[in-house]
Write a protein that binds this ligand. Sequence first.
Ligand SMILES: O=C[C@H](O)[C@H](O)[C@H](O)COP(=O)(O)O
Length: 228
Amino acid sequence: MDQSALKKVAAERAVDFVEDGMTLGLGTGSTVFFLVEAIARRVREEHLHITGVSTSSRTETQAKELGIPMIGIDDTDHIDLTIDGADEIDRHFQGIKGGGAAHTLEKMVATTSAQNIWIVDSSKLVDTLGAFPLPTEVIPFGHTQVERRLAAEGLNPVWRRNDAGELVTTHNGNYVLDLHVGKIAHPHLLAQFLDAQTGILEHGLFLDIVNKVVVGTESGAEVLNAGR
Ligand SMILES: O=C[C@H](O)[C@H](O)[C@H](O)COP(=O)(O)O
């Protein structure tokens, strides 16, 4: 199976955790694309009543087109479960997200949610985080100062650009600075440092957040419990 097929395997298993009546956080990305299709199928065929809260306009558009009722995050007092993709997950169930530049909205939805499930193909499981460049979202005002500060710390920042060479902007109109840090031995210390930097709106370290990971493998979906 190719990577896309493995993502679909994970997404189609994760939909089993969706229950009637839930307010459901919907993540962003190519794996979540399959999830939204699978949820819409259950809404259609089983007349499941769920309400979605999205983490990007891409997901919002897809969900609405497929008939999933959607509300904004500020229109609810709770989210029961959020299902999202991830870029890397280590053996302590810590993760990196933001490969699609959606990590700020995703973290807001994830940290509002009572439970979180990540859906990934098996290539996303790693021993130590950091092979995937760590995304940060930086406000335009003073962004080169942020870049200098991070470079001085040896975090190898690189602005994310699109195919036309333009700076990628997030939903919030900010820039994405990817940190090529190599192995992240102490993710909590790095997260604390990044949290303290003026100008960084959010970073892609998602620590102590996920409850379950559903992995698409050649032999089917595997459910891993994070024990939290
Ligand atoms: O910003 C994007 C998100 O964090 C995605 O969930 C993550 O990049 C995984 O994406 P995909 O499912 O496309 O591999």
